[in-house]
Ligand binder design. Sequence first.
Ligand code: ATP
Length: 246
Amino acid sequence: MATVLAVKNLVVNYGAVQALKGIDVELGEHDIVAVLGANGAGKTTLLKSISRIQTIKGGTIEFKGKDLVATPAFRLAGLGISHVPEGRHVFATLTTEENLNLGAYGVRNMPAGKELQKTKEWIFGLFPILKERRKQFAGTLSGGEQQMLAIGRGLISKPHVLLLDEPSLGLAPIIVQEIFRVIRQIHEEEGVSILLVEQNARKALGVARYGYILELGKIAIEGDACDLKNDERVRAAYLGGSKVIF
Ligand code: ATP
């Protein structure tokens, strides 16, 4: 499998705190890779570093063999990388549809006109509730609907790579099912490669090919998702403060 995203020896400091202590992570073409770990392990810092909103201390980040470290964050969507941040961050006083449109705003080579309309219909097909809510202010949507909107906004630029930060956080099990169904669908139907940060280890390893377990800024364990599911250390690990039972 060809590598599409390669992070090597990544080091990130917040003042005296070393959040990432030299980690290597790879995502292939048409791939899903899970990054798991407890609160504060460094998962969000990894995604922010890739999307260039976080300054790094050392290491390299390559996308399709090209260095990303010198690339400003606003160029990422145009290159084919979308970041759906933890906490959704939808624009509450804009409608669902306006939030989707914003995902394509000001980005080079973005869909416009009929193409944008077609992409929106694809997203409405993935999340039919967003179509029903298209004229509704995003601030009035439920938490699950806001998460769907955040993912939809990330998909409007038709990314090659999707960085998903805790998409299931705080959502009811039925909504979590829905989110994971869509993760599978965009991967299978559109071939989007997904780097998935999750605390829901069971769900994440259920869709991923490969997984990394971060502990205090280091990769503690990595391997094929199937092997990780059966790994005693992973089974016994406390991820996100709760014992993981597969
Ligand atoms: P969570 O699931 O809670 O988001 P995480 O695995 O994503 O956790 P990060 O948010 O990447 O972890 O944080 C890694 C470490 O860096 C933690 O010790 C955290 O307290 C620290 N940290 C994160 N952001 C900052 C910041 N802006 N300033 C100082 N320290 C920070």
